[in-house]
Write a protein that binds this ligand. Structure first.
Ligand code: DP6
Length: 340
């Protein structure tokens, strides 16, 4: 109800329009938070309790094609999905927001080159690409800033997936969320690399949505989280400003560990780590002691995202066979395509 009201009042064209092109396409990168979003002040509008800051992976994300059709059909990586999956239900609920008055249906053809539901933010790039493609198909003429507010209604982390590079999601104070949007930060750091250490692409035991809620409601450590976030946001901005990689790595790693500590102190406890996750963390700490500037971050899944500089890429590769390395700021342009 709240979502529909916010749209009607602030973006009336999104509730009145019908498809006006034969098809539309859009790409959105997935993003990895260096300072995490963990906890909501509004569950329907996905309004956060704190700001957060991420980096987008331009080569990894979702490309979506929308084609008007007789009835909805959702295709993911070439396979038609049945309507009983959570992914499809959330996606169709999102589409329904824009067709309360007009009746239209779509074939939604999504290609993602990241493992689904494995803590690699598939919902972030999914909803951001969908918001962009709908903007094209229905001629809403909204800016990326406005589309980030719309994408947030699908999934919080999608707020930060409208741009390449570093993005801050402003917490905002308004109850309608109109001041809670993404903003690209004007910092390029081409030497920064991310490595995807995939332990498992199995579906996670608890969704980030449910885990976040349980944490805010039961964690004995959650009270300390907003203070840490504010400090970490300051440190990350300073690190970006001075290209201080040690500060960036240390802050991102400590922020992720603190988020997981709030989950461990929830009841029932939430632990996304697998034995391999802990072994890899210990390996990273040992390598760092030996002088390699290597850090990690972890989201709502067992996989680790390694952070290091290009000059150390070969060394990191030697220690982690099969590591997929992506550069952070490749192609800082709007003409991004999906590289397989
Ligand atoms: C751990 O954006 O998936 O990745 O808003 O309920 O859809 P909803 O949650 P979601 O949560 C992402 C959590 C995180 C941290 C982050 O991306 O900041």
């Amino acid at each position: 109800v709240k979502k529909a009201e916010v749209l009607k009042k602030n973006f009336p064209q999104t509730t009145l329009s019908e498809p006006c092109h034969a098809q539309a396409e859009a790409f959105a990168p997935t993003n990895i938070a260096l300072c995490k979003y963990w906890g909501k002040r509004d569950h329907e509008l996905n309004l956060p309790l704190t700001s957060s800051l991420s980096i987008s992976l331009p080569e990894k994300g979702a490309a979506v094609k929308l084609i008007p059709a007789i009835k909805d059909q959702i295709i993911l990586n070439g396979h038609t999905l049945t309507s009983d999956t959570i992914f499809v239900r959330r996606l169709v609920a999102f589409l329904d927001l824009f067709r309360q008055q007009q009746k239209w249906s779509l074939t939604v053809d999504i290609t993602m080159n990241i493992p689904m539901a494995a803590g690699l933010a598939s919902s972030a790039c999914g909803f951001a690409s969908l918001a962009k493609a709908l903007n094209n198909l229905l001629d809403w003429q909204l800016t990326e800033h406005e589309l980030s507010i719309i994408a947030r209604l699908g999934s919080g982390s999608a707020t930060r997936s409208l741009w390449p590079g570093f993005v801050e999601w402003h917490v905002g104070v308004r109850t309608d969320g109109m001041d809670s949007y993404g903003e690209p930060l004007d910092h390029a750091w081409p030497e920064l690399c991310l490595g995807l250490a995939i332990m498992s692409d199995a579906i996670k035991p608890i969704s980030s949505r449910d885990a976040m809620r349980l944490t805010v409601e039961t964690s004995t450590l959650y009270g300390a989280w907003p203070t840490q976030v504010n400090q970490d946001l300051r440190s990350l901005k300073e690190a970006l400003h001075h290209h201080d990689f040690s500060l960036l790595g240390r802050t991102a790693e400590s922020n992720a560990l603190a988020m997981h500590a709030t989950m461990l102190s929830s009841w029932p406890p939430i632990c996304y780590a697998l034995p391999d996750t802990l072994t890899t963390m210990q390996k990273i700490w040992a390598l760092r002691q030996q002088g390699l500037e290597l850090y990690f971050t972890q989201d709502a899944g067992p996989n680790l995202k390694l952070l290091f500089l290009n000059q150390d890429a070969n060394k990191v590769r030697e220690h982690f066979s099969g590591l997929e390395i992506v550069k952070s700021t490749i192609g800082l342009s709007s003409s991004l395509t999906l590289a397989k």
